[in-house]
Design a protein around this ligand. Structure first.
Ligand code: ADP
Ligand code: MG
Length: 262
């Protein structure tokens, strides 16, 4: 009898797409027995575990299709290496109020200070909290939009950049854009305005965006929408990429000094 019932529970669980329950029924029952669980407690355990497993699967899938270059977190970020950066500003963003408010954040500074790291960490946190996310560099987005436009698919490609709750727009300003390219960026920014968040990184000050977008009026129109609701975080410090190399160079210089002195 009980074998019949467990077989039926497994089959029903599979049909209801509760694979964790289907696969772990015996384990669940053993734990319920061992802990002498009541009905409510048991049902709670089964539902909680199923939900946790589904959440993990959703997050893994969302991260895979988000094109994030890595999945580093803010815990991986060493704030002591950037004393000019106020950790509270970043931690406030990590509350994800920005995603709820559909407002933006701009991380500005020279190469290697962790702009992409922080933007990705915030996006990954947003993903865990249930927001949809997507990563692109500005240049790649422009290339994709132009290619789509050339075959009459601009609108659908544009949606890929407009739809996600949180878009990481990395490396704004690395290459100057032609006018038609800048126009595509303007379209994207306008469509997202007050509809979704952008986390952008740039090595250029906003005052240089006229050169980046090849047109002061267009750059002003882009900045107007972008900055209306935007947390601006400037990181002006040493490159973390050079951290180990610089200390290695310092160490070998020291060794050379010691050798010379000896
Ligand atoms: P940026 O986008 O500003 O050029 P990245 O975010 O790509 O810099 O950082 C370069 C590398 O150094 C990455 O591997 C990043 O994880 C790491 N990194 C940068 N800053 C820090 C930091 N303060 N603590 C830990 N790792 C860092
Ligand atoms: Mg970067």
């Amino acid at each position: 009898m009980s074998e019949l019932v467990t077989a039926r529970i497994r089959a029903t669980a599979a049909r209801l797409e509760l694979p964790h329950l289907a696969a772990n029924l015996a384990g669940h029952l053993a734990r319920a027995d061992a802990a002498q669980m009541g009905y409510l407690e048991f049902l709670d355990l089964v539902l909680e575990e199923e939900h946790a497993v589904k959440e993990e699967r959703r997050i893994r899938h969302a991260l895979r299709i988000s094109k994030m270059p890595h999945h580093k977190t803010l815990d991986d970020y060493d704030f002591s290496y950037q004393p000019t950066l106020d950790p509270r500003k970043v931690k406030d963003l990590a509350s994800l109020a920005f995603a709820e408010a559909k407002s933006n954040a701009a991380l500005l500074g020279p190469p290697g200070v962790g702009k992409t790291h922080i933007a990705v960490a915030l996006a990954v946190a947003a993903c865990r909290a249930g927001y949809s996310i997507y990563f692109t560099t500005l240049d790649d987005m422009v290339r994709q939009l132009k290619a789509a436009d050339a075959i009459g698919r601009l609108a659908s490609k544009m949606r890929a950049y407009v739809r996600p709750h949180v878009l990481v727009l990395d490396e704004v300003g690395y290459q100057p854009l032609a006018r038609d390219e800048a126009n595509l960026v303007f379209q994207m920014i306008s469509k997202r305005y007050e509809k979704g968040s952008i986390l952008l990184t740039s090595n250029k000050a906003f005052s240089e965006w006229g050169q980046v977008f090849g047109d002061e009026v267009l750059a002003t129109a882009i900045l107007d929408r972008l900055l209306h609701h935007c947390e601006v975080i400037a990181i002006n410090g040493p490159s973390y990429r050079l951290k180990n190399r610089l200390s290695a160079i310092a160490d070998s210089a020291l060794e050379a000094d010691v050798a010379a002195a000896g």
